[in-house]
Ligand binder design. Sequence first.
Ligand code: SF4
Length: 344
Amino acid sequence: MERFLKRHLSVTQLCEQSWCEIKMAYGFIKPKVRMLEMQKTEVTTGASIHLVRELEVKPNVVTVVAVTREDREALKLISMLQMVPALEAGQLVREFPVFGVLEGMFFMGVVDELYRSDSGELVLSELKTRSHNSLPRPAQTMGHSLQVGMYKLLFDSMVKGSATRDHLLHNLQLDPNQVLGSDLQTHTQSLGLQAVTFRELLDHLLVVLTCSSLHAIDKLRLEYSHQSSGKLIGTREVAFEEAQLRTKIRGYLAYWRGERVPQGVEVEEAWKCRMCPYEETCDWRRDRSQRLMMVNKRAKLECPKSDDPKQDGSNLNGSKLKSNTGSSPELNSPKHTEPQACLL
Ligand code: SF4
């Protein structure tokens, strides 16, 4: 956390981590590459679709000048203060901020969509747009499931009153006594809110959340839509297994707490490397490739007979190794479990 000058994490960061920890860490030390990745058409189109959907339910956009960091955070709180009664009244809300402490770490996130189903259940839905008109692979939905599960944990703790003023102030290093900017004060008054300082606004929000009729999220849902046609590809309901989810979160946090080195993708998921912007320079991938070459050499020396199964490209586990057309071999070496010495 100190190395990357971070005091808290975002939910999406943990989801990126679940894809490949090395890739996420490279994003910090090679930010230009990450920036270029974020400018890809697929990413920018997805962001535009999200914005259009947000504006569908927020037609009256007001421009407010935020002067301080407290002002910027206050805008999020005001947005929540407007969405809580709307949600209570049965309306659909989009881009709902969530925050709180999970497994000792302060997280922030933004829920895509909250609404009540026909049967009255409180549904949390996350929209994922795709350039391919097909549902994603299980490895991709794993990160999406983690995301909605974490949103539920945060939302539930907020309505139960577990998210406190100190959590937000301390972790974001905000000044509770900071007077809100004049533009912001005019805006809060126009909404009927009496708050001059950041603390007053935050306290008001926490009371509104805990005294509202909102309860824990009942259902988690993923919605996949095709970017170019705008058509729905499909939806998936996500099972909420709290104990498993918390174990996963603790596992990811062990890296952030400096308890272990980051892990790259395992052999079974080497296909991820082929779509990774760090593929050519990734030390994890290079180490794995070198290991594979050594394993192959050893296998040839130990089993020189042509009828030996390992001669026909099977690895030491007995499964087939893919041949690689490039200069370095494919990442299909047997799974290694020992810790990796890594540059990160
Ligand atoms: S090349 Fe593979 S292991 Fe390396 S950062 Fe990219 S996805 Fe991770």
